[in-house]
Design a protein around this ligand. Structure first.
Ligand SMILES: [Zn+2]
Length: 272
């Protein structure tokens, strides 16, 4: 759909606002899932003094800046992850609308990236990729397959995308488990690859795997450095030895591949 510059600018502003609110919401959802807290209990509260937060404390990004990252009631420092989650949500929604405009694809990527953000926050919080979120991702793909025009073809390419990385990874993981006699790779990572593959088809899933490995290496180096720093500091939270969340890298790889996998593939094929 062709949009006038004014409408496009308006949509981008809306996407930033919506994205920051969603980032905040998805972060809290992830924390509640890994801590098994109730969702109904609702009302956000300060983690250190327990004071219920007013709407003024909950404006994404701005509250954090105006309160200088501190609780208005007890002055405790807020965890920067809240700000980071809001910025990540805003950035993701902005880039999605900027690249894809106003289309069915935009809606699909907004849904997928929201689920991926929630998985990222959960994996960073507690090394968990909740099955419920992976299942939500699988279910959300179904209406888009049905709306695609050629349902049979899309469903087949979806399924191929689902299995092309997940199945080999599963076989490698089973083999490694046998050889090392301990769990080598998280099952959550494999299920996550299956889910994102349904959205990407097999070619872009392979691109996602490449991106995930590159970002996993970069992220792993940073993470290891932080972990060894934490070892020297007794007050810091304990980091399980050797554990390292791969979910965020898979999420990033899938997101980037959704946006530019096809362009990269045609560039690569054009080289020959
Ligand atoms: Zn407080």
């Amino acid at each position: 759909m062709e949009l006038t510059p004014f409408i496009k600018a308006y949509l981008l502003v809306v996407s930033v606002i919506l994205g920051s609110v969603m980032g905040s919401f998805l972060n809290c959802t992830a924390i509640r899932i890994v801590r098994r807290e109730s969702f109904v209990k609702g009302r956000s509260h300060c983690m250190s003094c327990g004071h219920t937060l007013s709407p003024l404390d909950l404006v994404p990004i701005f509250s954090f800046i105006f309160l200088r990252g501190k609780c208005r009631y007890c002055g405790a420092k807020l965890n920067p992850r809240y700000l980071i989650a809001e910025l990540l949500g805003a950035g993701t929604y902005f880039v999605t609308v900027l690249c894809l405009g106003f289309s069915l694809q935009t809606l699909e990527l907004l849904i997928l990236s929201s689920i991926l953000l929630c998985i990222t926050f959960a994996d960073l919080e507690d090394f968990i990729i909740p099955d419920g979120l992976v299942l939500a991702g699988i279910i959300c793909r179904i209406p888009f397959v049905l709306l695609s025009g050629s349902v049979g073809k899309t469903a087949l390419s979806s399924l191929l995308g689902g299995v092309c990385v997940a199945v080999p990874l599963l076989l490698i993981a089973l083999l490694m488990d046998k050889l090392l006699k301990k769990e080598s790779m998280g099952g959550g990572d494999i299920k996550l690859f299956f889910m994102v593959g349904l959205y990407l088809g097999w070619q872009r899933t392979l691109v996602a795997l490449l991106f995930a490995c590159i970002s996993g290496i970069l992220f792993g180096v940073i993470y290891k450095a932080k972990a060894s720093k934490a070892e020297n500091n007794v007050e810091d939270e304990e980091v399980p030895a050797g554990a390292f969340p791969f979910g965020p890298s898979i999420a990033l790889g899938a997101y980037l591949s959704y946006l530019m996998g096809n362009a990269l593939l045609s560039f690569y094929i054009g080289l020959f």
